[in-house]
Design a protein around this ligand. Structure first.
Ligand code: HMG
Ligand code: MG
Length: 298
């Protein structure tokens, strides 16, 4: 029982580039976003308004958003950690705000320098401020399927954090497999548990392919009724915890799967491949997607 249509949200310019050791110029970031727009994506996470000392690779967030060509109907979003970030995001005219926190205490602490309990009062005014300005808000929950410091993460913690974010008013939850440990049975279990409390239309899945399970997890997610998935072009980003391992699932590989199964995305796979090839030139290295390996070999 698979969906006939899926919404793919491109996170490469943010989740991909934040993890690349080579810093990409503002001009190339702008070209990347423009190429993704031309390929037909309707949701592009462009950058991040976190503290530039924490993520230096995206310190030019304002400049990138000011320079991209915006196509009507396309949502250009950014990560926002707090009110300071929201002010910057407003000035840069984002179309949507993405807040984030973790389901596990130690990852939350290491990532945003606060306990889970301390994070709610920081995020609430961000969500409320964005909603008051008429912007949709996505809430990322990280370490849903496992934590690099704590290992197993109980579903009860995922439900607790998810519900608190929904109570604040987030429009969509993106459940993150931050370190790429999830397996399909776990995806089914988490989605079924959450679907008892939230409509499936508000749930997105965000897989990393560190252990090669991301495509299988997307299949499980679709079978459980999820129709929104995050992916990063070419598998851009890698994984900061495991050098050489894949990061976000590659958009081009997900598109191959969906196209071949007749599931509509509205995205032009050839343009995505061309963009991934161009990006390899920019980065001076091969990207890890299967699609790139095949196309390079031709
Ligand atoms: P902090 O140091 O605790 O911040 O960092 P603070 O509130 O104590 O403020 C300290 C100083 O930073 C102040 O300046 C603030 O103004 C300034 P001072 O008054 O001392 O001169 N500051 C800022 N400046 C610019 N922009 C801001 C900002 N905020 C404060 N937004 C903070 C807390 C959250 C800011 C920091 O920990 C941070 O930026 N963390 C970002 C971590 C990050 O980006 N991680 C990666 C993204 S999450 C992810 O990838 C997972 C995901 O993909 C899903 C998945 O895969 O699971 C989404
Ligand atoms: Mg991620």
């Amino acid at each position: 029982n698979l969906p006939s249509e899926v919404m793919l949200k491109e996170v490469g310019p943010r989740d991909g580039l934040q993890n690349e050791s080579r810093v990409v110029s503002t001009e190339d970031k702008v070209e990347l976003v423009n190429r993704l727009t031309a390929a037909g994506f309707r949701h592009i996470e462009v950058t991040s308004f976190v503290h530039p000392k924490w993520i230096p690779a995206l310190a030019d967030a304002d400049a990138v958003l000011a320079a991209i060509d915006r196509k009507p109907g396309v949502s250009y979003s950014a990560l926002v950690p707090n009110e300071r970030g929201l002010e910057r995001a407003f000035r840069a005219k984002v179309d949507a705000v993405n807040v984030f926190m973790s389901a596990s205490e130690s990852h939350n602490q290491k990532n945003i320098n606060k306990s889970i309990a301390e994070t709610y009062p920081v995020l609430r005014p961000v969500v409320e401020g964005a909603k008051a300005a008429g912007l949709p808000v996505r809430g990322y929950v990280s370490t849903v399927f496992g934590c690099p410091y704590e290992g197993h993460v109980p579903i009860s913690q995922v439900l607790e954090v998810s519900e608190r974010l929904l109570d604040m008013g987030v429009d969509e939850l993106s459940l993150g497999d931050t370190i790429g440990v999830a397996v399909p049975t776990q995806v089914t279990e988490v989605v079924e548990a959450l679907a008892k409390r939230v409509p499936l239309s508000k749930i997105a899945l965000h897989f990393h392919d560190t252990r090669g399970t991301a495509i299988a997890n997307i299949m499980a997610g679709m079978a459980a009724g999820v129709t929104i998935f995050d992916a990063s072009i070419g598998g851009l980003g890698g994984c900061p915890y495991a050098p050489g391992a894949s990061g976000n699932v590659a958009t081009d590989d997900v598109l191959y799967l969906l196209d071949k199964m007749g599931i509509t995305t509205g995205i032009d796979r050839e343009k995505v491949d061309e963009t991934a090839a161009w990006l390899e030139g920019v980065l001076g290295k091969e990207l890890p997607s299967h699609a790139r390996a095949v196309n390079r070999g031709q």
